[in-house]
Design a protein. Structure first.
Length: 80
């Protein structure tokens, strides 16, 4: 997994932030939809639950989280 930041053409936003006119595709990467916001309000073009971190990971320790999440993604890609 790369240690660089997100690509220049990718902007990370919270699901609670409303869509902006300059937004292109909006992809929600989370297992659960944010509380208090409907799917219509979040307006994702895609909802990619399968690549979101499992609830067992929990980002309490960032380096451990990154390592385990990268492993999950690789295992899921091989299985799918």
């Amino acid at each position: 997994m790369s240690t660089r930041g997100p690509a220049a053409n990718v902007k990370l936003k919270r699901a609670y932030e409303p869509p902006a006119p300059k937004d292109d595709s909006r992809i929600l990467i989370d297992r659960l939809r944010a509380r208090g916001i409907s799917k219509k309000e979040a307006a994702p073009d895609q909802w990619m639950k399968d690549i979101a971190p499992s609830t067992e990971l929990g980002p309490a320790r960032w380096e451990e989280f990154r390592r385990r999440y990268a492993k999950e993604i690789l295992c899921n890609a091989r299985a799918g």
